[in-house]
Design a protein around this ligand. Sequence first.
Ligand code: HEC
Length: 186
Amino acid sequence: MKQLLLILFFGSFISCNKGFSEKEKQEYMVKGNEIAQASFNELSTNLMTQMKAGGPAKAIPFCKDEALNILDELSKKHNAIVKRSSDQLRSCKIEPKERELEVIEAYKQSKENGEELLPIVEIDLENKKHFYAPIIVQAKCLTCHGKVNETMTVKTDSIIKSIYPFDIATGYSEGDVRGVWSITFN
Ligand code: HEC
């Protein structure tokens, strides 16, 4: 019985990776990178427009109402599921998958070891292709994800806590791993 299960397990593994050639993998890598970059630009441009118009008091509610809609639009446009995932969430609408948490943990480990954080392309047991890339904290993110009383004001923190009472997405420094882009191709 044990042997049969092993054969089934490895059998499905091999058949899954069949047809996923190096060339195809590279194509998904390019596509994934393009989508992640375009999505980052879209969110960032919108966020910065709001910040200029009214600072965090305007940009935070905007993120709450629009971040997921913007990602939905991007998903439709690119014929893929475009998602941001994190192990320290602000939005309660994001459900991190086990694999995403593993990838985040691996990126954090790589960062600690001083290694380069490279995007990942892989295929799952249902033959779905996935792309992951790290989301790194930049200086401009600290306004809303930084350390309270250091890089983030108490006022901004209180606006965030009033909208997101369970927020744990603060305390970051520049260069930290904030989460991952998790793109599933249709
Ligand atoms: C004006 C404040 C503000 C700034 C600046 C900001 N964020 Fe956020 N961020 C938010 C809010 C609010 C949410 C929750 C959005 C929602 O409800 O969907 C969020 C959510 C996220 C999420 C999704 C995971 C989660 O915790 O919900 C990631 C990833 C993220 N931000 C990364 C960044 C990065 C990287 C930067 C800098 C490039 C940045 N943010 C800059 C306010 C901000």
